[in-house]
Design a protein around this ligand. Structure first.
Ligand code: G4P
Length: 528
């Protein structure tokens, strides 16, 4: 197949949701349609089970699963679909943010009864800021839930989206009969009391016809007609360009568990979702159709076997064709590297590939050369933007608990930080190391992994901090000097050597900013 056709047929996306909204179930149903798996239950949930903080087997299980489900690829109607896994647990939110730098679009899953939940809000905000095209799937329609219009309102208010329903439920919960597919002008009905069977879609280009009354009953038919009229009045027409620009979000209704509304979602998704998009680098905008290969690392996964400490770096191909055994420039360290066994991912297996195209993810075996955000090219100096660090929310000093294993400890910490498990800061004043994380769970993960993979032991000491801010010097050299002198005890370097200010409260940040107006304090590491 020609290079451009390969690009056009790729759809690389992530599914985001609050835990339990149905992300795993929906993923599984999509894979079933793609013929990538043959039975339900094949996709393991990547959820950290409740109470997992003290259950390290659970952490290992979770890590194992997250390798297996990192990228789930399948073919459907001549499209190559790559689903990138995004952990739902809030303690792993950073992983999800980074994965979102590698997707071309997302599907947001919302529970019809629970509506918009906190984790959805956070993740959608990131997508909105980055203008990532989003489709909303309202799930669990087989249960009693909120009224469809109220939900659409909630999605608009809480998530700041502009919605346009492309399907609409006929009843809900006990009275749920099926879906009117606005996109294809078809009605799909459940059949049988168990709601397990689905009649084939019946085309209804005009829902005013009396046949509809016969099919779903007069009351339901009238309600549907009214509702569709309202939809047409209230919501903007679907416009693909607006959707791709991130300004309009189509909404589908269904029940992933009952496999209802999923095919409609998938069939529409492959039509409207964007193929691999251009990506901004510090130097220039890189287009997928360029023939020279570029790609970047968005995720690193350590091998779980301590005897083989190689890691798998996940590279999103941005442009050109990635080839096995061809030397590529590792831009950060200026070295050429070639890869004899790059992995491609399919439903639940990975295999060595010869070539990969824009939109695809390749897994490269790594012995410690890669960091998150690293770029590979055919020689050009390109640094892809968009993988910033955000301020952690928990801070602890880390101490070496075994003086004979200092080297192992620092190596372990170094590598875990490269993987993006947490962030390490070194205090300017005394060189003490501080680990910052998004969730408390990471501290236990780090302690456990240091011991099991690196043979090192650490202890923690609490550090009461609110946030770190990345510091930008500004024009006034004297003021910067004064800031550094006064705040000496609260200054540290991050792992890239950037200066950060550890603030114990939002008030301190405000006061500091007022006192030293030329010194800029940023909440993410990427501000230039
Ligand atoms: P997540 O990945 O977003 O965290 O959610 P997941 O798919 O694991 O789904 C969470 C729970 O919601 C599961 O039930 C799942 O079966 C259920 N579910 C998903 N889609 C639907 C739906 O359309 N209708 C209904 N009624 N339930 C749905 P569970 O009891 O927590 O797990 P399990 O024991 O069934 O696996």
């Amino acid at each position: 197949m020609a290079f451009l056709d390969e690009i056009r047929r790729r759809r690389t996306f992530g599914i985001i949701s609050h835990p339990d909204a149905g992300k795993t179930t929906l993923t599984e149903k999509l894979l079933l349609f793609g013929g990538a798996i043959s039975e339900a239950g094949a996709v393991k949930s990547n959820k950290v089970k409740k109470g997992a903080t003290s259950d390290f087997m659970e952490i290992e299980r979770q890590r194992g699963i997250s390798v297996a489900t990192s990228v789930l690829a399948f073919n459907y109607k001549n499209r190559k679909i790559n689903i990138l896994d995004t952990p739902g647990h809030k303690d792993f939110a950073e992983d999800t943010f980074r994965t979102l730098t590698a997707v071309d679009s997302v599907i947001v899953v919302i529970d019809v009864a629970k509506g918009v939940e906190p984790q959805t809000e956070k993740l959608v905000e990131v997508c909105r800021m980055r203008k990532i095209p989003m489709i909303v799937f309202i799930n669990k329609l087989d249960r009693e839930g909120k009224d469809a219009f109220d939900l659409l309102d909630e999605v608009e208010q809480k998530l700041g989206l502009t919605t346009t329903p492309l399907s609409f439920p006929i009843g809900m919960g006990y009275d749920f009969q099926g879906i009117y597919n606005i996109w294809e002008k078809k009605i799909n009905l459940f059949s049988g009391d168990s709601k397990q069977k689905i009649t084939k879609g019946v085309e209804f280009t005009d829902i005013s016809v009396p046949e509809l009354d016969e099919m779903i009953g007069k009351k339901a038919a009238d309600t549907l007609r009214e509702e569709i009229e309202m939809v047409e009045e209230i919501y903007p027409d679907f416009d693909r360009e607006e959707y791709i620009k991130g300004d309009l979000q189509p909404v589908f209704f269904g029940s992933a568990l009952n496999n209802f509304g999923v095919k409609e979602l998938l069939d529409c998704f492959i039509e409207i979702a964007p193929d691999p998009q251009p990506k901004q680098s510090e130097e220039r905008l890189v287009d997928a159709k360029e023939d020279k290969m570029t790609g970047f690392v968005f995720k690193i996964h350590a091998n779980m076997d301590p005897k083989h400490r190689d890691r798998l770096a996940f590279v999103k191909i941005v442009s050109g064709t990635f080839k096995r055994n061809v030397p590529y420039l590792h831009v950060r360290n200026g070295k050429k590297m070639k890869f004899s066994s790059p992995n491609a991912f399919f439903a639940e297996k990975k295999e060595i590939i010869e070539e990969s195209y824009p939109g695809d993810i390749v897994g490269l075996h790594d012995t410690g050369n890669f960091k998150i955000g690293d770029t590979l090219t055919e020689g050009e100096i390109v640094n892809f933007k968009g993988i910033p660090s955000f301020s952690p929310e928990h801070f602890r000093y880390v101490n070496n608990a075994d003086p004979l294993k200092a080297k192992q400890l620092y190596k372990g910490l170094d590598q875990l930080m490269d993987e993006g498990v947490a962030q390490l800061f070194t205090l300017e004043l005394n060189g003490r190391k501080v680990i910052g994380t998004v969730g408390a769970l990471q501290y236990e993960v780090i302690q456990y992994r240091l011991e099991h993979e690196y043979g090192a032991k650490c202890t923690y000491e609490n550090l009461n901090m609110h946030k770190v801010c990345w510091v930008e010097e500004g024009e006034n050299k004297e003021e910067f000097k004064e800031f550094k002198r006064v705040k000496q005890r609260y200054l540290a370097k991050d792992k890239q050597g950037q200066l950060v200010f550890l603030a114990d409260s939002a008030f301190t940040i405000q006061m500091t900013q007022d006192k030293y107006p030329s010194v800029k304090l940023h909440f993410t590491s990427e501000f230039k």
